[in-house]
Design a protein around this ligand. Structure first.
Ligand SMILES: Cc1cc2nc3c(=O)[nH]c(=O)nc-3n(C[C@H](O)[C@H](O)[C@H](O)COP(=O)(O)OP(=O)(O)OC[C@H]3O[C@@H](n4cnc5c(N)ncnc54)[C@H](O)[C@@H]3O)c2cc1C
Length: 379
């Protein structure tokens, strides 16, 4: 349990941390207020390889392990959680192709995605199927020369400006989750059959828009991702990986909030004494640190298991559950330590609280993580 990373990985972690501090952090409040991370910001991080961190060198990525990647996702989120959400949605889309696609599909899509030339999106959730995606109603029917995709997806990060969306749909409605397949939808080619609603008005991650869309489009034969009927298995494998990234994002908010709270508690004076001399405040800091450190260890443990290519379903669920719950607690306590100042938009604390709320919901809510963990213990 060393959580070691190579010298090359460390160099990339340092570069990404530097860009996060210098470029992402000063732009985070504007991305939140404008409800969109600027394209130029995404271009800048793409230049250091961030959009393809999850991909091997052969497909244009840096070929880093999950331990190093988690540390980079944490650094990006500590600076700007909206940017991290756009980036990790790209990972969900490209992981779908990496894990479920054919060699030709990997070669066709992934190097361009790794370079940030194209943006991807992961279309699993529907109005009637969130926590249980097997109940989806989007259908894909074979037609002359391809597939007819028909249905509605909701809360899909990046979808409205994505170049491709991996859409999960039922190719056999009688086969339960085994009847689910995935399709790579080229949004330019399918544009006449894609109808996007305006982005949702979300509580947090406002710089990372999420969309509902209706799809009623014919896609070519080779849009089918890999093998028919394998879509659900691919989605679950993608989410096992994605949950480590949600844990890493949770750590980013936790770290930023904890650092802000420690700073503030050292400077703010009450009755002539710094706040951190008050036991009630010092205990809060200790509890925040303990939750942060526990979540960090669980996240690195899950990442290390993923790198070791052993089954990491339980450890990624455990890391996501612990880290997302910790982030909510730490962001809230950090705001509390800032008193009224924390409630103003002059400080990032209120944004941390809003942004951290999603980590307990997406890629499987805390309740679903508990179900996964309990099932793995009792099965
Ligand atoms: C900002 C944002 C970005 C998102 N990005 C994406 C994306 O890019 N791609 C994508 O496909 N989806 C995305 N989602 C969707 C997200 O993954 C779902 O919202 C999430 O899975 C929960 O589904 P739901 O909203 O339908 O809630 P529901 O499934 O209706 O759940 C409602 C409540 O019931 C609880 N619950 C459900 N089942 C159980 C159970 N068996 N036991 C106990 N409690 C249960 C849940 O925990 C929750 O508290 C995003 C959502 C948001 C808000």
């Amino acid at each position: 349990m060393g959580f070691d990373i190579s010298a090359d990985e460390q160099e990339l972690v340092d570069a990404v941390t530097q860009i996060s501090t210098d470029i992402l952090a000063p732009r985070a409040a504007a991305a939140d207020a404008n409800e969109r991370v600027a394209d130029e910001t995404l271009k800048t991080i793409a230049e250091v390889g961030v959009m393809g961190l999850n991909l091997p060198e052969a497909l244009g990525g840096p070929g880093v392990g999950s331990v190093a990647m988690s540390q980079m996702v944490t650094a990006i989120t500590a600076a700007c959680a909206s940017t991290a959400s756009i980036v990790t949605a790209q990972f969900l889309a490209t992981d779908s192709i990496l894990l479920g696609g054919t060699d030709a599909q990997r070669q066709d899509w992934l190097p361009r995605a790794a370079a940030g030339e194209i943006i991807g999106s992961f279309g699993l959730t529907e109005p009637g199927a969130g926590s249980n995606p097997a109940e989806m109603s989007t259908k894909a029917t074979r037609v002359e020369g391809g597939w007819h995709l028909k249905g509605t997806k909701c809360f899909i990060t990046n979808a409205g400006f994505a170049d491709f969306i991996v859409v999960y749909a039922k190719t056999d409605v009688d086969a339960g989750h085994k009847g689910i397949s995935a399709f790579i939808v080229d949004t330019a080619d399918a544009s006449a059959g894609l109808d996007f609603n305006p982005p949702e008005k979300t509580m947090g991650l406002r710089g990372s828009p999420v969309y509902e869309f209706v799809i009623d489009a014919i896609v070519p034969e080779d849009a089918l991702l890999g093998v028919e009927g394998e879509g659900f298995t691919t989605a679950m494998r993608v989410l096992d990986r994605g949950r480590i990234e949600v844990a890493a994002m949770s750590l980013g908010i936790s770290k930023a909030a904890l650092d802000a709270a420690v700073d503030w508690a050292g400077q703010r004076r009450i009755s002539g004494k710094p706040l951190d001399r008050l036991q009630g405040i010092a205990f809060k800091l200790a509890d925040m640190y303990t939750k942060y450190r526990s979540a960090w260890l669980l996240t690195m443990d899950a990442a290390e298991q993923r790198d070791a290519e052993v089954d990491f379903t339980r450890s990624s669920a455990t890391a996501k559950l612990a880290a997302s719950e910790a982030a909510a607690f730490i962001a809230d306590e950090a705001l509390q330590i800032h008193g009224g100042y924390g409630f103003t938009r002059d400080f990032p604390l209120e944004r941390y609280v809003r942004d951290a709320r999603i980590y307990r919901i997406y890629e499987g809510s805390s309740e679903i993580q508990r179900t996964i963990i309990a099932r793995s213990l009792t099965a």
